[in-house]
Ligand binder design. Structure first.
Ligand SMILES: [Fe+2]
Ligand SMILES: [Fe+2]
Length: 265
């Protein structure tokens, strides 16, 4: 029997959380979604996440929360993360880091394995090799779960595409996050893995990656430090919806975009 999994791109600040609250439960019903996974690395004021915000997002219908390079931005989260059994940190962070390397989310008798891998190009946080990391984790996930999805949290599309082909035929979905810009390359790869270079963000699109425009422009001009408040205009939810077959591979992938302004293409 097939299952429908929604992945939601980086939730940014209060605007991102609000659109999840407003739209997700209806979307789950309309699209008969079985499991929802969301990246929450920017959910707290644009940088990191807290225990209470993670619980709030879960209440809105999200079953599992993944993170990225902003994982430790909120003070105290390095202690709280171990209490949250629906939250995982990137798997290839140094082994000394707290938090789960992957999640196994159970819905009825169905088990979905979830894991985030950090890219190493242009990223400011140290991470081990993503390919060796997934080689180490995947056998356990595949043995335990009906399907596995892998998120690649990376700046470089080359790292994301390479991981997509590396895992093609082994997992249901390889989806990119971190750039906050949705890409137009959703597809099912030849051996049955759904792929998307970047899911995009869930937050204000009248912004530079979720932050107010002018402070970012000024920073590029003078290079001086300043605050980058979360923006407020054009709030959209972006992600992808994957239908997974009985073999744990993808039947289809479709991008999801909800919000006031529909893009004109
Ligand atoms: Fe992000
Ligand atoms: Fe990130």
């Amino acid at each position: 029997m097939s299952k429908r999994v929604l992945f939601i791109g980086d939730i940014v600040g209060k605007p991102g959380r609000q659109i999840v609250e407003q739209k997700l439960k209806t979307l789950i019903k309309q699209e008969a979604i079985d499991i929802v996974v969301a990246n929450g690395e920017n959910a707290a004021g644009g940088a990191g996440i807290t225990k209470s915000i993670a619980l709030e997002i879960k209440k809105h219908g999200v079953d599992a929360i993944t993170l990225g390079d902003h994982v430790w931005d909120q003070k105290g989260f390095e202690i709280d993360i171990d209490q949250l059994d629906f939250v995982c940190r990137p798997a290839n962070l140094p082994p000394e880091c707290p938090g789960r390397r992957f999640l196994i989310i159970e819905k009825g008798d169905y088990k979905l394995g979830i894991c985030t891998l950090m890219g190493r190009n242009f990223m400011k946080i140290p991470a081990d090799n993503a390919f060796s990391c997934i080689d180490e984790i995947l056998p356990e996930l595949k043995e335990t779960c009906d399907a596995v999805m892998v998120e690649v949290h990376a700046e470089a599309t080359s790292e994301k595409v390479a991981m997509g082909f590396y895992l093609d035929g082994q997992v249901s979905l390889v989806v990119g996050t971190h750039t906050h810009i949705p890409t137009a390359d959703a597809k099912v790869l030849p051996n049955g893995t759904a792929y998307l270079s970047d899911a995009g963000m869930t937050g204000p699109y009248q912004s530079v990656l979720g932050r107010e425009v002018m402070p970012v422009i000024d920073r590029f001009k003078d290079g001086m430090p300043r605050k980058f408040p979360v923006a407020e205009g054009d709030i959209q939810l972006w992600g992808c919806l994957v239908t997974i077959n009985e073999f744990g591979l993808a039947q289809s992938i479709r991008q999801i975009q909800l919000g006031e302004n529909i893009l004109h293409m």
